[in-house]
Design a protein around this ligand. Sequence first.
Ligand code: PA5
Length: 446
Amino acid sequence: MIDWDKRGLFSDNIGNAGITIGELRDAVALSGQKLEYLRAHRADIASFIGVLDLPMARQSRIAADSLSFRPKTLVVLGIGGSYAGAAAAIHALRPALDPSPINVIFLPTVDPETVKPVLSGIDPETTLINCVSKSGRTVEIMALYGIFQHRMQAALKDAWKGHFIFTTDPEKGYLRKIARETGVKTLDIPPMLGGRFSVLSPVGLLPMYMAGIDIDAMVEGARSYMAQERPWAVLSAAAHKLLMDKGKSIRTLMTYNDSMESMGQWFAQLWAESLGKRRNQAGIGQTPLLFQGSRDQHSLLQLFMEGPGDKVYTVLRTAGHRADMQVPDGALTDQDVSDLNGKYLSRVFDAEATATTTALMQAGRPVEVLTMPELNAESMGALFAHFMLETAITGLLMGIDPFNQPGVETGKVYAHALLGRGDLHDTMTALQEYAAGLVDFEEDKP
Ligand code: PA5
């Protein structure tokens, strides 16, 4: 199970910027009520918990195992919550899956410079395209679908249909319509499940399974975490809400495994999109900031140590390392670096993480440390569950709906309007008028 060291959050240890043990004790009761609320609504609004009751892993396995060919490449066309969790898990666990059974390519982009080489590099005969879109009509994904479908049909004729799987809403959306018309295989996203909470549904599980990850172990890790009477998330959500109220407007996630960098991106979306909301006309939320240790100790750390005290720090590390090597004894003769002689890189890496954590605490910065026993499917499942539960409870404590994303929806509509969708003509006109009315600074001519 994940270990949570919260000592660095308390004012007794770091000074005024922290919270008191008494404050946390008082806040926990309300946080616990939010957990009970989520559990009571597991089948609807809290369906990221309810999804653990459903046979999602089995469905994903059946879909992958019933393909009529053996894919060598999987291209995932999904964006936001429809790709980030799978990417996080696969990037974190792939080093242990050597050799990986399949090349997985995520394309959360319509940058032609990225898309073009992927399109021309795939062999249609051995490629599976997984289009993942809850709404089944997201701009980027539908544009990519059109391009890849054309290429696959040109190469495979009618057999193209067997080289696609759509992961989408069971009833609604254009992808569902195409599936009905063509017979493309589908996997359902439970209707109440929001994108950024969907990693443990077929959205995340199908690509993970195909990449060779033990998805049963992952779901079991999440289930065991959720089955605890009082998961850490209850306490940590209460702590984060207290810190937000004390003016910590930024939460920095400091990942200390290179393979966890994508996990940071998944977390950033979860935290930003769930908590950045309007409440009584005021904008509230906490900005996620990502830090990759130890690399970013040489860039961002100066700001963290001496800059504004507006941040709380979550250090994420693992107790064990999957690989190691030693600096040869006697390789370094200068006295300033002689301590490195004979040291294993894992120890150097751990020392960097501990040193930074301690330095931040001594600078009066609130720091918590999450330590995974090791990087495997089970502990990743628990980590996903921890962050999703913590986010949901924090949102409820803030008095907002952590499961919607009206701001993102606006952007999607504007993009369609700018691209000329017929029913959005008025929106397009309004956007043009808005752009035309913008003022700009012009330097006075001498
Ligand atoms: O969390 C969310 O709801 C969003 O990030 C969506 O996942 C993202 O916008 C993609 O939407 P869709 O799955 O409908 O294509």
